[in-house]
Design a protein around this ligand. Sequence first.
Ligand code: ZN
Ligand code: ZN
Length: 301
Amino acid sequence: MLSLARFFARACPAELWYNPRVSETKAPIARSESREIAELRRLKDEQPDLSGAADLQIELLQLQRRIQSRVALPSIKLEAEYLNKRLAEGPILQFEHLPVDWSDMRHLLRGTATAMRNHDALDDADYRRVEVLARDTERLPGLVRTWYESVRPGAAPVSEEIAGLETVLQQAMRPFLTRAGDAIMARSDFTSWKNGTCPLCAAEPDLAVITAAADRLLICGRCAARWKFDQLTCPFCLNSDRRRITSFASRDGQYRLYACIACERYLKAYDARQASRPVMPAVDAVATLPLDAAAIQKGFR
Ligand SMILES: [Zn+2]
Ligand SMILES: [Zn+2]
């Protein structure tokens, strides 16, 4: 169980939030997070091997939920015309738009690190590095900014102080990122966006969902934005040679995995066409750990 939790942190650094506003199914979900936790508990019952990872995920969701309810709107003009114009120039969401309350952020950092350490997904040395980071009120915003901007083309890599702590930062920043992502997504139109990276924060997708209309929507690993992307093009290297993309379904038909032979990376998708619930990235990240293991075993990353 412990090794799975560790694996979980490494292999699935970016399990995402379910965003009810852009749900592709009919059923409205009032309290998506409670439902996510209920699904994680069900998953534990059905697949005891996944309990370590599910417990960690539940703790992280509970921690984030307490902050989520009071996060402000992003500081960007929330008007469709303005946002769509910005999108034509590149990813919309800049670091300074993020509604980060730094006292909450420090709390989230400590809570995330504690939960991960307790589930053996963070070693003691890294735990202490997070403690130091959370105490450094002066430098924390600048360091988080370098992490946020590091995914942009040509950006400098993250500094030594935060290298290796990306998963912790990502989890801790989640309430602010998803709040900003939801607010912008509700007011903009991503149909013109053809890139494999996020139209809002420029990060890579971490999961995809196949909709009832058989479209594939990619889901950002950081802000949970979703955008339509060609079914058989690799979002990581844009290889579209179908002979060099393999795709297969999980045994229960609930998930698909697309693996690119050109760049050796893979992406999982939740197939919502026959599903009884909408995609829930925080749940699906745990449910697909066996798929990750299979893909990694085959040499994909
Ligand atoms: Zn994003
Ligand atoms: Zn590729």
